[in-house]
Design a protein around this ligand. Structure first.
Ligand code: ADP
Ligand code: MG
Length: 139
C-alpha cells in the first residue's frame, strides 16, 4: 500500500451543527494524518470552480449555494491508501445508504447536505489539494 494524500472538506451542514471536532476525531482514529487545514468561507466562484465537474447536473445550483452557506473546513489528509480510506470513513454519498460508524451515517442530513467531501481518485486529489493549498503550505 502506498502513502497517499487526499482532500477533505467539512461542509456547511456539519460546521453549522458543531461537528468539526467529532469529524476530525473520526479522521484521526482511522489513522489519517491531518497535514494542512484551514477554515474558510467559499465564494460563489470558488464553489462553482471546485465542483465544475458537476456543472451540468440538475443539483449544481443547489450544491454551490449550499457550499457557500457557512464556512467549511478544508484539510489535506495523508496515510496509507488515503483516498480510499477516507471514502470509507465518509460513507456513501446518500446517508440513507451509509454504513454504521461512518461520518455521513452519524451526521449527514440527505444526499445534498452530506457533511463531508473527499477526493475520489489520486489524480483528483492532487488537483483538489492544489485548488486550496499552494505547495509552499504543504510539508
Ligand atoms: P461524493 O461527494 O460522495 O463524491 P458526488 O461526487 O457524486 O458524491 O457528488 C458531489 C456532491 O454533490 C455530493 O457530495 C452532494 O453534496 C451533491 N449531490 C450529489 N448527488 C446529489 C443529488 N442527487 N441531489 C443533491 N445534491 C447531490
Ligand atoms: Mg465526488
Amino acid at each position: 500500500m502506498a502513502i497517499e494524500r487526499t482532500l477533505s472538506i467539512i461542509k456547511p451542514d456539519a460546521t453549522e451543527g458543531s461537528h468539526i471536532g467529532d469529524i476530525l476525531g473520526m479522521v484521526e482514529k482511522a489513522g489519517l494524518k491531518i497535514i494542512a487545514m484551514k477554515m474558510m468561507h467559499l465564494s460563489q466562484a470558488q464553489a462553482e470552480a471546485f465542483y465544475a465537474v458537476h456543472a451540468e447536473r440538475p443539483f449544481f445550483g443547489e450544491l454551490t449555494e449550499f457550499m457557500r452557506r457557512s464556512p467549511v473546513v478544508v484539510s489535506v489528509l495523508e496515510g496509507e491508501n488515503a483516498v480510499a480510506t477516507y471514502r470509507e470513513v465518509m460513507g456513501a454519498t446518500n446517508p440513507a445508504n451509509a454504513d454504521e460508524g461512518t461520518i455521513r451515517k452519524a451526521f449527514a442530513k440527505d444526499v445534498g447536505e452530506n457533511s463531508v467531501h473527499g477526493s475520489d481518485s489520486q489524480e483528483n486529489a492532487a488537483i483538489e489539494i492544489a485548488f486550496f493549498f499552494p505547495a509552499s503550505q504543504l510539508p
